[in-house]
Design a protein around this ligand. Structure first.
Ligand code: FAD
Length: 279
């Protein structure tokens, strides 16, 4: 586990809040704002959810004290959506109030399809109260075209991603080509009708298309990347004047997040195995 944890550090700031603040501050030094996430998911116990909320309050204090530029991102299953959507809403509303008081932004991550409907339900209620709350949508889901139409009509803030969760073909496009096609369609919808949205992809083709679209439809938007991925590209975009943010996850529960990163890029698993053998 020690070696695994060391390898995971490429994508995870570390286990403590101090680790996250240090990595976020370093990103700021490279012209990149941070999106900090306390790792944890699938909580079914109200005590654990409330501890997560407490950690986010401390994180917001830490961001202010350290003078970090950036925002926070939260997963609905960290905030009790599996206990009930009203309960999760009540917890996320407390987080939203704290974020709003500090004039920062809040992003709501999107997880597996069993939570999509309730996540959108919660998001809409949060968005009514603060327009700097954004929602991740996943291009691999068949429902996303319809969801996006509805969310854009509300003026929602969107982070477009390809989607990190394995889904069945009745609910999701599963081939790389089909997902890429969907991403490009939704990207164009964002440039035509979106507000202050985020392009959440490491894929050079998606990024190049976003740049192309931004000259046809000049509108404020940002590129969002994960920590530890495509550093030269981030630097290049910053130097060209684009707004770039980096998702900085931290906490002891890093394994599910780390497994998704390995799965989406098999080369990462090979590099990890090599480093374990040669260590
Ligand atoms: C800020 C952010 C937030 C996210 N939030 C969510 C969320 O809430 N819910 C969710 O389901 N998913 C989320 N994701 C993950 C997302 O859905 C994808 O699983 C993940 O980003 C991989 O897809 P991709 O678009 O980066 O491209 P991929 O299809 O994985 O990669 C395409 C191409 O990008 C290039 N590339 C990718 N990685 C590297 C690398 N390390 N080095 C060099 N080239 C590389 C390669 O050319 C590769 O072929 C988030 C992603 C980001 C960036």
């Amino acid at each position: 586990m020690g070696l695994l944890a060391r390898f995971a550090r490429q994508w995870v700031a570390g286990e403590t809040r101090e680790d996250a603040l240090r990595v976020a501050k370093a990103a700021n030094g490279r012209g990149i704002d941070a999106i900090v996430n306390h790792l944890g998911e699938h909580l079914r116990d109200t005590g654990a959810v409330e501890a997560t909320l407490g950690e986010y309050f401390a994180l917001l204090d830490g961001l202010d004290e350290a003078g970090v530029r950036g925002c926070v991102s939260a997963k609905p299953t960290q905030f009790g959506i599996l206990i009930g959507r009203e309960y999760a809403f009540s917890q996320l509303l407390q987080l939203l109030d704290a974020v709003k008081a500090r004039r920062r932004a809040l992003w709501i991550d999107m997880e597996g399809t069993s939570t999509t409907e309730d996540t959108i339900w919660i998001y809409e209620r949060l968005f009514e109260r603060y327009n700097r709350v954004g929602l991740c949508v996943q291009a691999n889901l068949r429902r996303t075209a319809e969801d996006l139409g509805h969310l854009l009509a509300l003026g929602a803030r969107i982070r477009l991603t390809k989607g990190a969760y394995r889904e069945t073909p009745d609910l999701a496009f599963t081939s790389r080509q089909a997902i890429d096609r969907q991403f490009l369609v939704h990207l164009e919808a964002l440039f035509r009708g979106g507000r202050d949205f985020a392009v959440g992809s490491h894929d050079g083709r998606m990024i190049a298309r976003a740049i192309e679209l931004s000259s046809a439809w000049p509108t404020p938007f940002e590129f969002q990347f994960l920590q530890g991925v495509r550093e030269p590209l981030k630097a290049d975009l910053v130097s060209r004047g684009y707004r770039v943010l980096e998702y900085v996850p931290y906490g002891p529960n890093w394994l599910p997040y780390f497994s998704r990163r390995l799965r989406e890029r098999p080369r990462n698993a090979i590099i990890m195995l090599r480093s374990l053998v040669t260590d």
